[in-house]
Design a binder for this molecule. Structure first.
Ligand code: SF4
Length: 271
């Protein structure tokens, strides 16, 4: 049942004094025992205990209006064992299902930027122990990160030189269209993994679903970008949001044809 509930709608409480968690059976239940439940929740949701704690805490604060929440979006934010960098809120698509239309929050983080961070601000915010705390740094943005290609290149260059940490770029694949050139050679040695979201399997449906600012040519250009990325970067995958009526099979086929991996993403699940 829990899996049917978005973690963004979850609140935690104990049934004190009854129903103590399994490891505490026979004892009087109390709020501190929630930490045992959180361990199970983290397994069910595939998140860390810290994620569950942060998200449910924020849910409670928002629902009951307990505290004024920071108005500024976060620039760097952890989810699981990844550190995400929120470089822009702008996007060249307007996907009808995009979470940015409905909320400012992802996994307990406010991502609505008042202004885009500079390269220096991003570098300053990255913790010195980034390699021990995180397995990767991800350029994502609550929008399309390649709109800020220069920032990506400068920050990734710094991260590679100083920490040699794994770097992932999540993108809608419009980078070549935005910059009117093949940007993949410029990311060589800086980006290890590229996840391209592909939410239609043909140009017409792509235009209807993603409403890209470049029009009907966009789908073919995204496929071209994927091929270019495969030439220059170590690992490329496509991801698709499995909305009602959309199955992953066609996309698996496209990925197979392109010689890359496919990852299905759950509808209404971000981060
Ligand atoms: S590409 Fe991503 S950020 Fe842009 S509108 Fe679509 S879902 Fe939103």
């Amino acid at each position: 049942m829990l899996k049917q509930i978005a973690v963004e709608s979850l609140l935690l409480e104990t049934d004190c004094p009854f129903l103590a968690p399994q490891t505490k059976r026979g004892q009087r239940n109390e709020p501190s025992f929630l930490s045992y439940c959180m361990e199970e929740f983290s397994k069910i949701y595939g998140l860390s205990k810290e994620d569950i704690s942060r998200i449910t805490n924020l849910n409670a604060l928002r629902l009951f209006g307990l505290k004024e929440l920071p108005a500024n979006g976060e620039i760097a934010y952890p989810i699981r064992s990844s550190l995400y960098l929120n470089v822009t809120n702008r996007c060249t698509s307007q996907c009808f299902f995009c979470v940015t239309h409905f909320t400012d929050y992802v996994k307990g983080h406010n991502l609505r930027l008042k202004q885009e961070p500079t390269t220096e601000e991003i570098i300053r915010i990255i913790p010195a122990d980034v390699t021990t705390r995180y397995k990767e740094v991800v350029f994502c943005g609550y929008g399309e990160p390649t709109l800020r290609l220069d920032v990506i290149k400068a920050v990734a260059g710094h991260l590679k030189k100083k920490y040699n940490i794994h770097i992932r770029l999540t993108t809608n694949g419009h980078g070549n269209l935005i910059h009117q050139r093949n940007i993949c050679p410029e990311l060589k040695g800086l980006v290890d993994t590229v996840s391209v979201s592909l939410n239609a399997d043909n140009p017409k449906d792509y235009e209807k679903t993603c409403r890209p600012q470049f029009g009907e040519i966009t789908f073919d250009k995204v496929i071209e970008f994927i091929k270019d990325a495969k030439q220059d970067l170590p690992y490329v995958q496509i991801t698709t949001v499995l909305r009602p009526g959309v199955s992953g099979e066609k996309y698996e086929g496209i990925a197979r044809e392109l010689g890359i991996d496919f990852r299905a993403r759950i509808y209404n699940e971000v981060g």
